[in-house]
Design a protein around this ligand. Structure first.
Ligand code: ADP
Ligand code: MG
Length: 753
């Protein structure tokens, strides 16, 4: 037999051939290497079963297959099973001897003597075991050797995949190349790649399987982190940056601009930033911290460092509202200084605009604030040295912004209020520098968070009313109308045109169902923002001044409502998630989130960040609704009878799955802990669209579960690149093709070797 190579087409594997090779192509397996890396999703014991196509008349065999037909005239029974290689009939002439519980789709293991009838193999009166294919069938059964169960499809079933794999594994040497340097194999006591691949398919023990998995996961992490290390090295080594010096006088002058002392956390971030600015290499740093932690002040410091060095700086915000807010803040700090700053509005008059742009180009403006679109599209800088990108809670796209500037590449600081779990900081953003501000400025009130169910709505709102009458202000966040048909509410942070359109298609909601019972009793309805507004105004908040804010309103209307709320003329604002960005009212101390179960924890954290901004204590109520709340529990009486106050023991111990998921919110206000929990609950792909970031797909490794392995691999990878930046040492040479395989086109970003 000719030995198979890793790039041999799958059709040359014994028992496959050109026809079946096409089936394998449907699961992405074209070569022997693909097959070897097509790992099973679980294992079961191998009891010496025979493939149906190999059945020989007269032999005593065990076959395994899926029931594709059950029939025959009583008392006889005829059943046909398919194992992916062929079909075999199981026949009973008298059901008393036969199997009960045979049904289409069941998995069957049948033992008996092979006969051939009408050209088809049959087992007459076989012994059978019937399994529900959905149950984790034989995983628990022991055995001398275990074989894989593979994800197949209608034509290509697991047994055939298994047979192909076993036929390749029959070779004494597998065409598998070692990628890891021997030093790392020894250091972490890992099996070779060949051993690991073999054992992934056919482990002889759980321990062996676990070690094989670890080895392959480690390899995936190492390659990924090598890419990060190489990318980072390239950025730092190949690009000239501008040296900005922050002398003690400059430092003092800048600090004197702020009416407070910087916190220790801010100082730490600043030390890192100043280090970057004077390094001669362009900074690419992510500045993370919760809303209100004082990032903007740190960013402004970096801008002023540029200005003090005779250079320009730019602050780019995602929206006009936020750009305006930054400008207002900056204006507060810089009003009586010599710094020349400008807000680049979208609606500037033509003359004003031309003048501003010309002044920037001549270098007569030091600091430009605007949206990303405006600054990138319109502005030619004279000598731009620092760029602040405010990503607020949207995050980390970190495009290469192109600027028209005479000077070299500017320093970048990206502010994000989305706490990034360490796992992601090492992967998605693994090539960036990260500064954290984990401590908020002093003097903030506490936020108490409660998770309640829809049944407690009236009581909660009654309680909130009392606080509103005493001068506090509240937000109620609800889904937009039409959002019910959106797949995920948490992907839509702003009201889209689509939602607006859908709303007008649906017409105005004209009936106001009694609330909350109609929803508590099912119907799948969401409480849209306009419903909630009416119910509050006609119910528990009758007579209060309540504003309504959503994406379909005209912009002047929105502006007027926000202003009224900011000025304290409104008790409350019933709004869609538009309040997530851009509304900053320190007197607002109460946040009620309707349908909290529809949001990811990270987004709830952002919403909650709207309160707790002043010195007063705040309250955040998360109303979990949805199916699991449908049936009122026996102990709960009608709404009107619940008069024990909203936060009794009952509500503090929510019992629905949604409420349990949300309980994390009540336990902590630490954005990092919440982000970690969110990552565990939803997985990395869900959370941040990792694909966007050029992160490779991991087949074996899991960044949450294998975190310590990831840390190890990262450390090893950065050490390798520090010692051998081109990976040209003999022991590192196998890494390059492996990287190419993993990253494909994207390796151009890395430029190894
Ligand atoms: P972020 O950009 O992280 O949301 P900001 O920089 O806007 O936070 O700061 C939030 C609020 O806290 C602002 O009103 C700011 O003036 C104030 N602030 C920032 N740093 C401090 C500090 N060290 N001490 C007291 N107040 C501070
Ligand atoms: Mg801010």
């Amino acid at each position: 037999m000719v030995a198979l190579r890793s790039d041999s087409p799958i059709q040359y594997v014994k028992g496959i051939g050109p026809k079946r090779a096409e089936w394998f192509a449907t699961i992405g397996v074209q070569t022997v290497a693909d097959l070897l890396e097509y790992f099973p999703f679980r294992h079961e014991s191998d009891r010496g079963e025979v493939a149906i196509e190999d059945l020989a008349p007269g032999a005593n065999v065990t076959v395994r297959g899926e029931v594709v037909e059950v029939g025959g005239r009583r008392p006889a029974l005829r059943c046909e099973i398919d194992d992916g290689t062929g079909t075999c009939v199981l026949r009973w002439f008298d059901q008393r001897y036969g199997a009960r519980g045979l049904f289409r789709g069941a998995m069957v293991i049948a033992t008996g003597r092979v006969q051939v009838y009408d050209g088809q193999p049959e087992l007459v009166h076989p012994r059978v075991q019937v399994f529900d294919p959905n149950a984790v069938l034989l995983a628990a059964a022991g055995g001398p050797r275990r074989v894989g169960v593979y994800r197949g499809n209608d034509t290509l079933k697991s047994p055939l995949i298994r047979r192909a794999v076993l036929n390749v594994l029959a070779q004494s040497h597998l065409p598998v190349t070692e990628t890891l340097p021997p030093r790392l194999l020894a250091k972490h006591k890992l099996p070779t790649r060949e051993q690991a691949v073999r054992q992934m398919h056919c482990p002889s023990s759980d321990g062996q399987l676990a070690r094989a998995r670890t080895r392959l996961a480690y390899e995936e992490f190492l390659l990924m982190e090598l890419a990060m290390a190489l990318r980072r090295r390239k950025r730092l080594a190949l690009q000239a940056g501008q040296k900005l010096h922050v002398t003690p006088e400059i430092d003092q002058r800048i600090r004197a601009r702020f009416p407070f002392t910087l916190t220790a956390a801010q100082d730490e971030a600043l030390a890192e930033i100043s280090g970057d600015l004077r390094s001669g290499r362009p900074m690419t740093r992510l500045l993370q911290g919760d809303v209100g932690s004082g990032k903007t002040v740190v960013a402004l410091y970096a801008c002023l460092a540029a200005v003090a060095n005779g250079k320009q700086a730019a602050i780019m915000a995602p929206t006009e509202i936020l750009a305006q807010q930054h400008f207002t803040n900056i204006d507060r700090y810089l009003r009586d200084s010599r710094v020349r700053y400008v807000l680049l509005r979208g609606k500037l008059g033509k003359k004003e605009r031309t003048e501003a742009l010309a002044a920037i180009e001549r270098g007569e403006i030091d600091l430009v604030v605007g949206t990303q679109a405006l600054i990138q599209k319109d502005v030619a800088f004279n000598h731009l040295a620092v760029v602040i990108v405010d990503e607020q809670h949207k995050f980390g796209v970190l495009q290469r912004h192109e600027f028209r500037t005479k000077g070299p590449m500017p320093h970048y600081l990206v502010m994000t209020a989305t706490p990034i779990p360490r796992t992601l900081a090492m992967t998605v953003f693994g090539d960036l520098d990260v500064s954290l501000i984990r401590q908020s400025p002093p003097g903030r009130g506490q936020i108490i968070t409660k998770v309640v169910t829809g049944r407690q709505w009236a009581t909660v709102m009654g309680y909130v009313r009392q606080r509103l009458e005493q001068g506090e202000q509240a937000y109620v966040v609800c889904p937009q109308i039409g959002e019910a048909t959106k797949r995920r509410s948490d992907e839509a942070t702003e009201d889209s045109d689509e939602a607006t359109k859908r709303r007008s298609d649906e017409g105005v909601v004209s009936h106001v169902p009694s609330f909350p019972r109609s929803h508590a009793s099912g119907g799948g309805g969401l409480i849209a923002v306009t419903d909630a507004y009416r119910r509050l105004c006609e119910g528990p908040w009758r007579g209060l001044n309540v504003g309504l804010l959503h994406g379909s309103l005209r912009s002047a209307e929105k502006q007027a409502t926000i202003e009224a709320f900011t000025a304290g003329r409104l008790h409350a604002l019933v709004a869609t998630t538009v309040v997530e960005v851009g509304v900053d009212v320190p007197n607002a101390t109460i946040m009620v989130v309707e349908h909290a179960e529809r949001y990811g924890l990270s987004q709830l954290h952002q919403l909650r960040g709207r309160v707790g901004r002043g010195s007063k204590n705040s309250l955040c109520v998360l109303v979990a609704r949805g199916r699991s709340n449908r049936a009122p529990s026996a102990s709960a009486g009608p709404i009107g009878q619940v008069d024990r106050g909203p936060f009794t023991a009952d509500s503090a111990a929510p019992s629905t799955p949604a409420a349990e998921r949300l309980a994390v919110m009540a336990q902590t206000t630490d954005g990092f802990q919440i982000a970690e929990a969110d990552l565990r609950q939803r997985g990395p792909g869900q959370l941040f669209g990792t694909r966007q970031h050029g992160l490779p797909e991991l087949h074996v490794a899991n960044i949450v579960e294998d975190f310590s392995l990831l840390e190890q691999a990262r450390q090893d990878a950065f050490e390798i690149v520090a010692k051998d930046p081109t990976l040209s040492r003999p022991e590192h040479q196998a890494l390059i093709p492996a990287l190419k395989k993993m990253f494909g086109q994207r390796l151009a970003l890395i430029d190894a070797a």
